[in-house]
Design a binder for this molecule. Sequence first.
Ligand code: PMP
Length: 315
Amino acid sequence: MAGPTFAFFEGRIVPYAQAHVGMLNHTLNYGTGVFGGLRAYWNETRAQLYLFRPLDHFRRFIESSRLLNMQLPYDGADLLRHTVELLRAEEHKADMYIRPLAYFAEEMIGVRLHDLQARVAIVAVPFGRYLEHEEGAHATISSWRRVDDNSIPARGKITGSYVNSALIKTDALRSGYDEAIVLNSDGHVTEGSAENFFMVRHGELITPPITDNILEGITRRTLMTLARDDLGLTVVERPIDRTEVYLAEEAFFCGTGVQIAAITRIDHRPLGEGRMGPVVTRLRDLYFQVVRGGEAKYSSWLTPVYDVERIAARA
Ligand code: PMP
């Protein structure tokens, strides 16, 4: 997959190779950064690239930065403008992943969160699948526990807390699974290493509450809306016990990167029929319609990136 050509760095678009921090950078050493992860979807028929819910992503990004006492030099509208500029510079006619990162610029010894300068960089790359087996993932219950709100808040995307995700993911992959479901210190289900979790049980769509130490996921919120308003499903937020997931009719991971990945086996136990079920199938179909601009009702979630007339004039 092609790497980035440009980056938004120190207030402007520069060649990617010029976007650097030093070895003593505070965030590199102490994990004191926050990041985001957005997607933009290419619509071939309209020759348009659509950013999905960018202002919701940037609101979480800014809220995550507040958890680390960061004062970002931009608001959501600025971040959206710079993201659009960057995507226009990259000029891809493909699905893109966008990574904003807020970091402390200082190069120094000393861990703290106050009296530091926050900066923002943004990079965008063409991006396809995140999980290989999106239509039938085999998940395990991780032996690791999800970071607790009183240790590192899971509701925000804090770089340091992804050590937890990395420990979870590597052990799952090395044991032959596609992903892991992670429990919190109470033993309740939280989410995957970098995805929110849903299950279908007795026909209801169930997902853990934010207070069980999960990321405030934007795809999770999107799917709760689609499931209720378009598929007429009952959606319940409540704590989930470990053994309940073994009894689920269907389950899936969701997130910007993973999109929607059906979990068809957990710890070698097949769920339902052991293949992608009807609820996951319908939600996935609808989600992909929505993100590519196929559902007028949800067009307010999309920001078109390209100036179509300008592109057509050049073709
Ligand atoms: N949980 C974690 C830990 C994540 O890293 C992600 C990816 N951002 C998600 C859930 C899904 O969040 P979203 O739908 O906002 O991408």
